[in-house]
Design a binder for this molecule. Structure first.
Ligand code: SF4
Length: 368
């Protein structure tokens, strides 16, 4: 607990540091709710450097909430392709449609209405409303929780035993009431650039004098590492058909057919985007893929499958090995829902990183 005068100094130090040292990020150039919202969604689980080009491209194509709401869903996914966690893009568009239909195209100002939108949780609502509308809502995510836990020398698993509630209370108490948006961003910035998970730079920290973990020599050991869920190994095999013009065939986004907490279905691993014909391998990749190809394309003569370099991929706790097989065909079988496009450039369709890796590996093999 800080005394009133310490609290004033704490806020002053952090805000002054933020004003001087904050990074120049595209979404900080104005406080437009749509752009703040987009940046907050893209930044979930994703590094700033990775987000910037996506953010700029996305805004160029969808400059307003109306343009996003009216876009073909596949176009939204195409612009998101490579950023991962595609449910974010799907929810973003659903939320845009709700904002147009129910809120005259303006992101709502009340926390209750914001939380009712798809893809908006407590952290995102607090971040958007404080930055765009100066609402007095303190953010708390893993990044901010780490900073607060170090400041108060809170040990143990931060997400258990009521500690999260305790941290939210600290965040609420510390919140600068006059500039909640800057305050929240300052705490996030401190966590992202100075009070980082593995190497907190206490010597450069603007609030070091208030930090209990630094005084006790505990900065590195807070927060306690959470037990990681065991990874599940999965092997997939993908069929990359190639015609004489070096075009390939992709299938449309698959539908999920099973829900299991321990093992995702192939549709989920493919992020429900355009993909090569792909199966989960149980015993013999080539035989099982050949069988799948015959079912999918009965008109195709016996394929000569050429194994190409494996690719590795991770989706949440799944560790995936993908075995791509290349097969040259004189012409593609008829499958109305499939699309043919150059193997060297699949950018006209939304594809996941997994599919991109299969394409890269196959392209290398096809050109040698
Ligand atoms: Fe983090 Fe060190 Fe600053 Fe404490 S003094 S808040 S541990 S950077």
């Amino acid at each position: 607990m800080l005394s009133p005068s310490s609290l004033l100094r704490f806020r002053k130090n952090l805000l002054a540091w933020f004003s001087q040292f904050q990074r120049d990020l595209p979404w900080r150039r104005d406080k437009h709710p749509y752009r703040i919202w987009l940046s907050e969604i893209m930044l979930q689980q994703t590094r700033v450097a990775a987000v910037i080009p996506y953010y700029l491209r996305f805004l160029e194509r969808f400059p307003t909430v109306e343009s996003l709401a009216a876009a073909p869903p596949q176009e939204v996914l195409r612009l998101w392709a490579g950023l991962g966690y595609y449910s974010r893009a799907r929810n973003l568009q659903k939320a845009a449609q709700e904002i147009v239909a129910k809120h005259h195209g303006i992101f709502p100002q009340s926390a209750q209405q914001a939380l009712a939108l798809p893809g908006i949780g407590a952290y995102t609502a607090a971040a958007i409303l404080s930055i765009a509308y100066q609402k007095k809502l303190a953010v708390l995510d893993g990044n901010v929780a780490r900073v607060l836990a170090r400041l108060g020398a809170v040990t143990g698993d931060l997400r258990s035993n009521g500690r999260w509630t305790q941290l939210q209370q600290s965040a609420d108490t510390l919140l600068d009431q006059r500039s909640p948006g800057d305050w929240n961003q300052a705490l996030m910035e401190l966590g992202a650039t100075i009070c980082t998970p593995r190497s907190p730079q206490c010597l450069l920290c603007p609030v070091a004098e208030f930090c209990e973990a630094r005084k006790l020599g505990l900065a590195i050991s807070i927060p306690e590492k959470r037990k990681k869920r065991d990874t599940v190994d999965i092997t997939l095999a993908s069929l990359v058909l190639l015609d004489p013009k070096d075009r390939t065939l992709l299938l449309p986004p698959p539908k999920s057919c099973q829900k299991s907490s321990s093992r995702a279905d192939v549709a989920t691993l493919l992020s429900r985007m355009w993909h090569f014909p792909t199966i989960q391998v149980h015993q013999h990749a080539e035989l099982e893929l050949r069988h799948h190809a015959q079912q999918l394309f009965p008109s195709l003569a016996k394929l000569h499958l050429i194994p190409v370099a494996n690719a590795r991929h991770a989706v949440t706790f799944h560790s995936i090995i993908i075995l791509p097989f290349l097969a040259r065909v004189p012409k593609f079988p008829r499958l109305p829902s499939a699309k043919s496009l150059p193997l060297a450039d699949l950018s006209s369709l939304p594809i996941s990183n997994l599919t991109r890796k299969v394409a890269r590996s196959s392209l290398l093999a096809s050109s040698t």
